[in-house]
Design a protein. Structure first.
Length: 276
């Protein structure tokens, strides 16, 4: 009887999800992938051009502030400004044309993905982690990035469409306070998560909402606000030159993930295909 209860508890513990949450803009990609999408919307006559240009100005303003420690605190207001302009730009737009603009923008957006990104995703999969991409950029671009990199699930900013037309309302806003936390709840669907064995990487204050929910957090080339929080909370920092080595070490020395990675490598040596 005791043995059966212990076995049941052990089985339940093993069923807990181990996830890896990845940020896109400024982490897996250079700058914002929203920019080429908005440019494509404007060029194709899909959106209101004045509101589209204002959205682009908001993106450029945030990345200009990245170099200024005094300006980085404006992350949330800048994201709110971008979302407001983007929603106005898309109001009345045809859903099919929006998708076509995203497809047209993807070749330029793809070029912004950093060289280490594909290898990082493979490393996380080999460690037995379920990968989730959570980004403040529009979902139409975020899901294409996830597909390109083999990431299992994508969450981004979503505009509302009714009868095939955009209402001018946004239904999810991951870059705003509470947005990434909500996306993470959606990704886990309320199921149990092995937080100690879960991972996150990101570069801005919004990513801290996810960092607080996992055992392994990497602040990637963080803006000044996230860098300060990382120092206070002992979150590891990395840059594009050492991020793979940092993540490999984190996984290799983890009591659960390290064992998973070694088992995956043994399987690969036997010719068993691992997850991409």
């Amino acid at each position: 009887m005791i043995s059966h209860a212990h076995s049941h508890a052990h089985s339940r513990a093993r069923s807990h999800d181990r996830i890896a949450v990845l940020d896109l803009d400024g982490t897996l990609a250079e700058g914002s992938l929203a920019a080429p999408f908005v440019e494509s919307l404007i060029a194709g006559g899909v959106c209101d051009p004045a509101a589209g240009r204002a959205a682009l100005d908001a993106i450029a303003g945030y990345h200009d502030e990245d170099a200024d420690p005094e300006g980085a605190a404006a992350h949330a207001p800048t994201a709110a400004a971008f979302y407001g302009h983007f929603a106005r730009a898309l109001e009345g737009a045809d859903r099919t044309e929006v998708e076509r603009a995203a497809e047209a923008a993807w070749p330029a957006a793809r070029k912004r993905i950093l060289p280490f990104a594909d290898e990082l995703v493979r490393l996380l999969h080999a460690a037995g982690l379920r990968t989730v991409l959570i980004s403040g950029s529009p979902y139409e671009i975020v899901r294409r990035a996830a597909a390109e990199l083999g990431i299992g699930e994508a969450h981004g900013m979503r505009a509302e469409f009714r009868r095939g037309r955009c209402t001018g309302t946004l239904t999810t806003t991951p870059a705003l306070p509470g947005g990434k936390r909500a996306a993470l709840r959606s990704a886990t669907k309320g199921g149990p998560v092995d937080r100690r064995s879960s991972f996150a990487i990101g570069n801005s204050p919004s990513d801290a909402e996810v960092f607080e929910q996992v055992g392994l957090a990497v602040a990637f080339e963080p803006d000044p606000v996230l860098r300060g929080w990382a120092m206070d909370r002992d979150w590891i920092t990395a840059d594009r030159g050492n991020v793979l080595a940092v993540c490999q070490d984190l996984i290799a020395t983890h009591p659960v993930l390290g064992a998973s990675g070694r088992a995956a490598n043994r399987d690969a040596g036997l010719g068993v295909a691992g997850p991409r």
